[in-house]
Structures are given as C-alpha cells and as structure tokens.
Design a protein around this ligand. Structure first.
Ligand code: URA
Length: 209
C-alpha cells in the first residue's frame, strides 16, 4: 500500500524554501508556516468523510454533503506540531484539537511522552496527527500508538519534511496510517536532524534557538 504522499505544488515548494532558509526570522517562519499549513490543509482535508444532508436555501430544498459527526480532530505533537495545528484549525475551526507532549532525549534520540489531552469520542473521529518533522519517527510513532490505545481507528499523519529513516520506522509500526508531507528529504545526520531539513522546527517557530 502506498502510504506516503508528497504534496507537489509550486506554492508548497516556494513556502518551504522560505522555511528552509537559515536567514528566515522566527516571526517570518511562523507566518510562512501558517500560510503553508493552510495550503496543505486542503489536500489533507480531501480525505475527510462526508454525508449528504438536506438544506433549504432561500430558493428551494437541496442536498449538500457535510462532514460526518463527530467532526474530525487535529492532534498536535508538542511543541512544534502547534504551528501546523493552528494553520489546520484556521481552515477547519469545527475540528477540536488534542495535544500529545513528546520530548526527545538528546543522547538516545528516543521520544518520551509527558502529556496527553484528547477530545472525546476519539474512536469515532478521523484524526489528523501533525508534527512538522518526521525524523527518526519515534515521536510520531509513539503518539500514534497512544491514539490507538485510546481507540483511534482512522489516523492520517501530516508533516512538512520527512526523512527516509522516519518513514520506514513509522511504516513498520503503523502500516495502516498514511503519511502526507510537503517534502521527502535525504537522510538524518548523526544527531538525528533531517538533511537538508530546516533545523529545529520548535526553536525556529518559537524563537528559542
Ligand atoms: N526535529 C526537528 O525540529 N528538526 C529535525 O531536523 C529533526 C527533528
């Protein structure tokens, strides 16, 4: 099963070039991430389930598709995921937002959980799990594991940049979860940062470098 989609689009590439540029300031990085997230949200949301409903316009009755309830939810992997979650939420404010806190051990590069807060009916909702960087795949994989433990059945993982190592690891753990990314990058360096990547996404979003 093909499970990785790279969103190829001139504007996606243009915005990504701004994010990759080391000279892009933190305010510009945040602004561009919001713009890119908005653009990415449309192809991602094309996977959402709809059902026909009856609507009475001022002119006549008609049938129109609406999102299935309970509404899909966005789940952000803290903290860098919040930049993407904000952008996705701007396109779909109906979607509640859950948070999973994961922190990477700087020696082992293994992500450890420290926080989880999810919307109710998680087992019924389509879930869009977001984290800008799929590096080792450890955080995304653990976060997806938490969601499944809570009963989640329909998950999509969305990132900005994915490394082959992260894709392979994530796929081994969660072959059922499609990955949608703005870019497929070359590899990880010895500190598990993505090459060419864009550096530390959390630091660049929040200006904490
Ligand atoms: N997390 C980041 O923010 N950047 C990387 O390159 C890898 C993990």
């Amino acid at each position: 099963m093909t499970h990785v989609t790279e969103l190829e689009h001139p504007i996606v590439s243009h915005k990504l070039a701004i994010l990759r540029d080391e000279n892009t300031s933190s305010p510009d990085f945040r602004k561009t991430l919001m713009e890119l997230g908005n653009i990415m949200s449309w192809p991602v949301f094309s996977h959402l389930n709809v059902t026909p409903t009856q609507v009475k316009t001022p002119m006549e009755h008609t049938t129109q598709s609406v999102l299935v309830k309970p509404y899909p939810c966005i789940v952000s992997i803290l903290r860098a995921g919040n930049g993407m979650a904000d952008a996705f939420s701007a396109s779909l404010p109906e979607a509640p937002i859950g948070y999973i806190g994961m922190q990477r051990d700087s020696d082992t590069h293994i992500a450890e959980p420290y926080f989880k807060k999810l919307p109710d009916q998680i087992e019924e909702r389509q879930i869009i799990l977001v984290d800008p960087m799929l590096a080792t795949g450890s955080s995304a994989s653990q976060a997806a594991g938490f969601l499944k433990k809570d009963g989640a059945r329909k998950i999509l993982f969305v990132c900005l940049v994915a490394a082959p190592e992260g894709i392979e690891y994530f796929h081994q753990q969660h072959a059922d979860i499609p990955i949608i990314t703005a870019a497929l990058d070359r590899k990880l360096d010895e500190n598990a940062y993505i090459l060419p990547g864009l550096g530390d996404a959390g630091d660049r979003i929040y200006g904490t470098e």
